[in-house]
Design a protein around this ligand. Structure first.
Ligand SMILES: NC(=O)c1ccc[n+]([C@@H]2O[C@H](COP(=O)([O-])OP(=O)(O)OC[C@H]3O[C@@H](n4cnc5c(N)ncnc54)[C@H](OP(=O)(O)O)[C@@H]3O)[C@@H](O)[C@H]2O)c1
Length: 300
């Protein structure tokens, strides 16, 4: 089986590449350098050249604040590209794995404050969230065999993410202000990559058709950015990654004055996918230690 990986240089793309390095499929990892996804002709040509059986779209426009003033670029990458990918996959009977976000929700308290399931009503607060919602709808309303996986608060040893930003700040700023009234589920991109691997390795002759539809996959606990920052700083200190331990100051999101609105609560209920695939929700605390150990090893 031939699998096209798009967004290979991103944090999830790199984790997927690691997870699929030794099989079970022939992986064709493409970066922006190989293929500008917003050029429809280039995208068609890549399909003609590689003839994939499966496509993993880890590419996205992820600059949540910048998207407020670059709506067209965000929609192009997050909505139009997945729509074209779905069409190309239909025409070649290829299976598509696409990713979306907890920012499709508005964070208003659910019944009993429970994490969002796949059935929950969407109502994005930001251009980024709206563009990702349009992308997932384009895939799900197409005739494409596809899984759309919403995830949240991704971190890893790769790319730019909250863990790496906190480490950088912790060695440069004291005190550090961190938002305390936004709560969600940190998710290790390496755990999400294992979910992808399960879908790639799916044996239809034993298990029936590969799962399709909308799924949530995220960390196993709901915390605030402030809680997350505390865990990062404490663990980084224990790993000897900090010159000195900074003071963390809890602030309200409104004080931060970021251009894009973010949901105050965006926890995702992962049970549908974890039961379907027999994988646990992301154990972000274990993963945080792993990521810090890898970052420490890289510094040597
Ligand atoms: N990060 C999070 O906290 C988070 C939270 C919820 C959901 N998600 C979703 O999870 C998925 C993976 O996110 P991530 O954090 O791994 O993203 P990421 O690190 O920002 O990587 C995205 C990749 O997409 C590539 N890309 C963007 N525009 C492109 C274009 N026109 N042509 C080709 N490649 C292009 C980027 O290339 P360059 O490297 O050249 O820019 C980058 O490598 C995305 O669907 C994202 O929306 C992420």
């Amino acid at each position: 089986m031939k699998v096209l990986l798009l967004g290979t240089a991103g944090q999830l793309g790199r984790c997927v590449q690691d997870a699929l390095r030794d099989g079970p499929a022939q992986l064709v990892p493409l970066t922006r350098h190989d293929l500008d996804l917003t050029d429809p002709a280039q995208l068609r040509a890549a399909f003609d050249q590689h003839r994939p059986d499966m496509v993993i779209n880890a590419a996205a426009y992820n600059a949540v604040d910048r998207a407020e003033t670059e709506a067209e670029s965000a929609h192009q990458v997050n909505a139009q590209v997945p729509a074209q990918l779905a069409q190309l996959c239909v025409s070649r009977d290829a299976y598509l794995i696409h990713f979306s976000t907890d920012y499709v929700f508005d964070g208003q308290p659910q019944m009993g404050g429970a994490p969002y399931t796949e059935q929950a009503l969407t109502h994005p607060l930001s251009v980024y969230g709206a563009s990702k919602l349009a992308g997932e709808q384009a895939v799900l309303t197409s005739a494409c065999r596809a899984s759309v996986i919403r995830t949240s608060w991704l971190f890893s040893e790769y790319g730019t993410n909250f863990v790496k930003t906190m480490l950088r700040l912790a060695n440069a700023v004291d005190p550090i202000q961190v938002v305390t009234d936004q709560r969600g589920c940190p998710t290790y991109a390496g755990d999400l990559a294992q979910v992808v691997k399960r879908l790639v390795a799916w044996d239809s002759s034993i298990a029936g058709p590969r799962p399709t539809g909308l799924f949530h996959y995220a960390g196993d606990t709901v915390i605030s950015w402030y809680d997350f920052a505390q865990a990062i700083v404490a663990s980084a200190d224990a790993h000897g990654l900090l010159r000195q331990r900074p003071t963390l100051v809890p602030i309200k999101a409104a004080e931060f004055q970021s251009p894009a609105l973010r949901p105050a609560y965006s926890a995702l209920d992962s049970s549908l996918l974890t039961q379907e695939l027999g994988v646990p929700a992301s154990d972000w605390q274990r993963a945080l230690l792993l990521v810090l150990a890898r970052l420490k090893a890289d510094r040597r």
